[in-house]
Design a protein around this ligand. Structure first.
Ligand SMILES: Cc1cc2nc3c(=O)[nH]c(=O)nc-3n(C[C@H](O)[C@H](O)[C@H](O)COP(=O)(O)O)c2cc1C
Length: 364
């Protein structure tokens, strides 16, 4: 099944492999994409990755989360993104831009001295308390996401993925731990998801396109210990997925973890089949409840587990981040039978500010 085609709404993909959004540290300081970034995506496309999701692109300068992150906050970027997309479309791959705002996990700088979030909940890892966004700021941010999607569409991207995972702004609206609002964007599950629904509707309006593929990467869990109350976890994540599916997203990628929950989102030292696919139970629950494709990410390493995830209906697609940093040719090598397991040892040394690369010493 791994090499069978699939449709995400109007988006036709040649196989079930996704390159999960991966911040590359390869953009210019102002967020412009570089040739190096384009070469990386072309390499993945040449090596049979069905769907490439870009590293998170910030929708406004206040939402920039990291150095050398790509941006999509201005029309001036469209021309260079067009070239990057063209490089991918020479092959059979499709490319979707992940659009994001850092929220309480924004990078603080002299130009950007304040964090904005749904509520003023102190970030425990830094001790910094964000500002609670005003209603006007929420409306402006919805517009910024919609304009970012319009720019992505005008650049030729095959769709956008809203980054609603890992504690960044939209993820922090979903979670009752970080969202304590009492207005239209806080309280019940529906109200905590409302900002995402508003963004989807605004994208439809601004692009005047009912079919432009919009997908989400969502947290199914904040990643706190199971006995902690008032946090995001199952079964609430299933209700959230149902609301998102009803609002017209064409696929849901299931992930988890926020900054306070340590390495939950990219677990280290995955050695056994049992340790692989660590969000599989969440994705299965969500897949059973929605009628759109579900993408599973997190610790997928061996072909046997990938096959099992599809055949036993845990998910419809397999998303890989660290294994494709280590081996951009992994999907091609699985296809040709050259390998059936990723070399990646999940050490996280690939988070390299000089540009992602595998820094593990296999000789050691
Ligand atoms: C270097 C690095 C950068 C990442 N950047 C992003 C990102 O921009 N957006 C995102 O949603 N997840 C990001 N992630 C998380 C991955 O997409 C993925 O969810 C996580 O690494 C688990 O998958 P894996 O076991 O295949 O690596 C990043 C992970 C790494 C290691």
């Amino acid at each position: 099944m791994l090499f069978e085609p699939i449709e995400l709404g109007k988006l036709e993909l040649s196989n079930r492999f996704v390159r999960s959004a991966t911040h590359e540290w390869m953009a210019e300081p102002d967020g412009s994409p570089t040739e190096r970034l384009g070469e990386l995506y072309s390499e993945l496309a040449r090596n049979r990755v069905g769907l490439i999701i870009t590293g998170y692109a910030y929708v406004n300068p206040q939402g920039k989360s990291d150095r050398l992150q790509q941006g999509i906050y201005d029309d001036r970027f469209i021309a260079s993104y067009k070239e990057l997309v063209f490089g991918v479309h020479r092959y059979k791959s499709k490319i979707v831009m992940q659009i994001s705002h850092g929220g309480r996990q924004t990078m603080l700088t002299a130009q950007n001295p304040m964090l904005f979030a749904p509520s003023a909940v102190t970030v425990r890892t830094t001790g910094i308390t964000p500002e609670e966004m005003t209603e006007d700021e929420v409306f402006a941010t919805i517009d910024d996401f919609a304009n970012a999607a319009r720019r992505a569409k005008e650049s030729g991207f095959d769709g956008v993925q809203l980054h609603c995972a890992h504690g960044f702004l939209l993820s922090s609206f979903i979670s009752p731990y970080t969202n304590r609002r009492t207005d239209r964007w806080g309280g019940s599950t529906e109200k905590r998801v409302q900002i995402i629904v508003d963004i989807i509707n605004r994208i439809r309006e601004i692009t005047d396109d009912r079919d432009f593929p919009i997908m989400v990467k969502m947290n199914a869990t904040d990643g706190f210990p199971k006995d902690k109350k008032n946090v995001l976890d199952a079964p609430e994540c299933v209700d959230i997925a149902k609301i998102l599916a009803a609002s017209g997203v064409c696929a849901i990628e299931v992930s988890g973890g926020i900054v306070e929950a340590s390495d939950e989102l990219f677990r280290t030292k995955i050695k056994t089949h049992e340790e692989e696919a660590y969000y599989r139970d969440y994705s299965k629950m969500i897949k059973e409840a929605v009628d759109i494709p579900v993408i599973l990410v997190g610790g997928l390493r061996s072909k046997v587990v990938m096959d099992k995830m599809l055949s036993e209906k845990y998910a419809d697609m397999i998303s890989l981040c660290r294994p494709l940093i280590c081996e951009p040719e992994l999907v091609e090598n699985i296809y040709s039978g050259k390998t059936d397991i990723a070399k990646c040892v999940s050490c996280n040394l690939c988070s390299d500010e000089s540009g992602i690369k595998c820094n593990y010493d296999f000789e050691d």
